[in-house]
Unconditional design. Structure first.
Length: 117
């Protein structure tokens, strides 16, 4: 199983980035997916989640109205569109795949997002 994040980088405050999480080795369409982030010295936190069908999404209050999570089950890929980025969005962003009824959880290796002021 592999979850590979991409799209991170350095951006100025107010800018945008689009992260991708490409999955292999799993039946992507049956997994709930989520984006987490971890800033230096802080705990990993949930940013956004999306159900297996893509029909329901949830966001942390800190990113509501700025970030949009989506998925393309045909491409086994999840996305995170991040707009109006702030320096406090600086973190390593991880994707997570969950099949809770089977107790299966997989994590990607993370991608760095740095927002300069």
């Amino acid at each position: 199983v592999q979850l590979v994040e991409s799209g991170g980088g350095l951006v100025q405050a107010g800018g945008s980035l689009r992260l991708s999480c490409a999955a292999s080795g799993i039946t992507f369409s049956i997994y709930a997916m989520a984006w987490y982030r971890q800033a230096p010295g802080k705990q990993r936190e949930l940013v956004a989640s999306i159900t297996s069908s893509g029909g329901d999404t949830n966001y942390a209050d800190s990113v509501k109205g700025r970030f949009t999570v989506s998925r393309d089950n045909a491409k086994s890929t999840m996305y995170l569109q991040m707009n109006s980025l702030k320096p406090e969005d600086t973190a390593v962003y991880y994707c997570k795949a969950t099949k809770s009824d089977l107790g299966l959880v997989y994590w990607g290796q993370g991608t760095q997002v740095t927002v300069s002021s």
